[in-house]
Design a protein around this ligand. Structure first.
Ligand SMILES: Nc1nc2c(ncn2[C@@H]2O[C@H](COP(=O)(O)OP(=O)(O)OP(=O)(O)O)[C@@H](O)[C@H]2O)c(=O)[nH]1
Ligand SMILES: [Mg+2]
Length: 432
């Protein structure tokens, strides 16, 4: 990892391939690619969209276009070329030869960012695994120049093993080791989850496109100080905090890695386990940057990931978990747009305009969450025998206690409680 150094001067190229369908239009993609480059401290000296009529298997771009890129590199003193698309190993190598500079593609760039950001043991393992997978796919086609005989020791393989086989084998072994370590980390995490399961607080997961404002909202709700920055993929590792919400005594709020269109498949796989936290949530808050011109396309990308995780039914779009959309960054809208957004949102309970930055609308969002969490709550009369004080405490912290009276009468001492509980809470109470 770490093939790209901070401060490197780069040319950012967004190929616009004819007949290929994109989630975002070329301008938006170029803007996003610039954001990705900035996220790893690259100095963008020039950026451009290059229309590709027919993909050249060897270089992606046509020869005139490659020559033009070479000139632009010279003029702008670029040390690096970032191609916002997928390059085959061969295309990458040929472009590097012709441009006489390092060339990386979108997957490579995102892997670099993730490599820099991953902070927890699990995050680091996931990124290294994804990186090796990427390298492995490159080995197959391009490292033929390594097809020389490997001499000597033989601890890496039998006689006659070629270098490429040895490389492959080393990568495979390292990947195997990483997978086992990941398994271990995940077991620990699922133990934590079980423990949380025993203290049955509702889990609220924040999801959304990268840079939508998840961490800013997380910080506002929890008073925490999670890195929230105008950087793509500021957050990689899931962060959880207990929060006190009005109405609901306590809940677990979890901040997650942001989504992006065309997330490299290696990374989707690697981060799947992290995202699976989302599938166990009671409520999902989908944080959207409503001031972003690509807001609609970004939403579709997020829904696609949720469908992939099995939260949303890909056919009818129904969701297993209640999803509330927090339409964030309304402070960036002018008065007319703000009004339009408010009008639109008022037509659907699941849409709440907010500004995580100024706090506007955050109370309404919490009210909505509270409503969902207590939906279906009905009043129950429960008699708690004396000496079961923990049950009384549980009812106070999870339900809404309407009355509490000491049983006066013949029977053993007890407390009679009238409490509003959801069916789920009632089940939890019974299994205490
Ligand atoms: N104006 C404005 N800016 C906001 C608001 N919410 C977040 N931001 C800014 O948007 C940028 C991204 O915010 P984050 O909270 O880091 O976004 P995120 O969704 O956690 O991003 P990733 O971790 O990269 O997925 C930061 O510069 C925030 O200050 C808001 O309500 N209004
Ligand atoms: Mg974040």
């Amino acid at each position: 990892m770490g093939e790209v150094s901070r401060g490197a001067r780069a040319l950012v190229v967004c190929p616009d391939i004819r007949k290929q369908t994109y989630a975002l239009d070329a301008e938006e993609r170029l803007e996003e690619a610039r954001g990705l480059a900035l996220a790893i401290g690259i100095e963008i000296t020039h950026s451009l969209i290059v229309p590709v009529r027919a993909v050249r298997p060897n270089t992606l771009f046509g020869s005139g276009q490659v020559a033009n890129l070479g000139t632009l590199c010279e003029q702008n003193e670029a040390e690096l070329v970032i191609v916002d698309g997928a390059l085959s190993a061969i295309q990458q190598r040929n472009l590097e030869e012709e441009l006489k500079r390092k060339v990386i593609d979108r997957t490579g760039l995102i892997l670099e960012i993730f490599g820099e950001r991953a902070a927890t043991a699990e995050g680091r393992l996931q990124v290294e695994l994804a990186h090796l997978e990427y390298q492995q796919s490159r080995l197959v086609r391009s490292w033929t120049h390594l097809e020389r005989q490997r001499g000597g020791f033989g601890f890496l393989g039998g006689p006659g093993e070629t270098q490429i086989e040895a490389d492959r084998r080393m990568i495979r072994q390292r990947m195997g080791k990483l997978r086992r370590e990941l398994e271990q980390v995940r077991k620990t995490r699922s133990l934590h989850r079980q423990r949380r399961g025993r203290a049955p607080w509702p889990v609220i997961a924040l999801v959304g496109y990268t840079n939508a404002g998840k961490s800013t909202l997380f910080n506002r709700l929890t008073g925490a100080d999670v890195m929230a920055e105008d950087l793509l993929f500021a957050t990689l590792d899931p962060t959880m905090r207990a929060v006190r919400l009005p109405g609901v005594e306590k809940a677990i709020l979890s901040d997650t890695v942001g989504f992006i269109s065309d997330l490299p498949t290696q990374l989707v796989a690697a981060f799947r386990a992290t995202l699976e936290e989302v599938t166990g949530a009671d409520i999902i808050i989908h944080v959207r940057d409503i001031a972003n011109p690509s807001a609609q396309a970004q939403k579709q990308q997020v829904l696609a990931v949720l469908a992939d995780l099995g939260v949303i039914d890909p056919v009818d779009g129904s969701s297993k978990i209640a999803i509330v959309e927090a339409w964030n960054k309304v402070d960036l809208l002018d008065e007319d747009d703000f009004q339009a957004v408010r009008n639109l949102a008022s037509s659907n309970d699941e849409w709440v305009p907010i500004s995580a930055w100024t706090g506007t609308g955050v109370d309404s969002l919490l009210e909505r969450i509270d409503e969902i969490l207590t939906e279906g709550a009905t009043v129950h009369e429960l008699v708690v025998p004396a000496g079961e004080g923990h049950r009384i405490a549980w009812l106070h912290s999870h339900g809404r206690v309407l009355s509490e009276t000491e049983e006066a009468g013949e029977g053993p001492p007890a407390t009679r409680m009238r409490v509003s509980l959801t069916p789920k809470q009632l089940g939890q109470y019974r299994s205490l």
